[in-house]
Design a protein around this ligand. Structure first.
Ligand SMILES: [Zn+2]
Length: 204
């Protein structure tokens, strides 16, 4: 049986975030001078490798979620998946406090290239991205090659400042995660497939 754990719409997910985090707020990056400033800074320090901050990336600063332009055209299931990822950052921020969270995200060890603190925080959040995908779209969607490429590259490329550029290690983490998800959702998937397949009548 499928476990209905995540809210099924972004509105319900926003309501959950507002009840879990009383200071939770949503701002559109296009309306935010601070986001425009960060965008400019990121373009400069990554030499243009991160130039989609305003258009494609969702960002949590404090208890505020900043939404990119692409939010308007993101489908509902993807919105819930994205909000599940950002919820992990809100929990991290709550647990660690603003200063420690920002420090871990931005500094250890290096802001660019070997950002172990950021990679740890993002590993936990991308784990939730994949778990939410398995829950809402099924295990096969979580196992898709395109999603794997996208998530693995986030760690390797300039989008997060080359935060953990060790392909083998990131791919091993991904493989372990897939085994966990198979253990968690494999039975659900079997049940779903059985429910979808018309029963064969056996005659003797
Ligand atoms: Zn993240």
């Amino acid at each position: 049986m499928l476990k209905p754990m995540l809210p099924r719409t972004s509105e319900l997910m926003f309501a959950r975030l507002r009840s879990e985090f009383p200071h939770f707020k949503v701002v559109h990056k296009s309306d935010s001078p601070l986001s425009h400033l960060i965008d400019l800074g990121l373009r400069l320090i990554t030499l243009g490798a991160q130039r989609q901050y305003l258009t494609r990336y969702h960002t949590v600063l404090g208890y505020t979620l900043f939404l990119p332009k692409s939010w308007a055209t993101t489908d509902e299931v993807d919105r819930v998946v994205i909000l599940s990822h950002e919820r992990i950052h809100l929990l991290q921020r709550q647990k660690l406090g603003m200063i420690v969270f920002a420090f871990l995200y931005l500094v250890p060890w290096l802001p660019l290239g070997l950002a172990y603190g950021r990679a740890r925080l993002e590993w936990a959040a991308y784990r939730e991205t994949l778990r939410a995908t398995a829950e809402l779209r099924g295990l096969d969607a979580a196992r898709s090659r395109s999603l794997k490429r996208e998530v693995v590259n986030r760690f390797l490329d300039g989008s997060y400042g080359w935060m953990w550029p060790f392909r083998k290690q990131v791919e091993d983490w991904y493989a372990r995660l897939m085994i966990e998800l198979e253990a968690e959702y494999g039975a659900d998937e079997q049940a779903r497939l059985r429910a979808m397949t018309p029963r064969q009548e056996t005659s003797t």
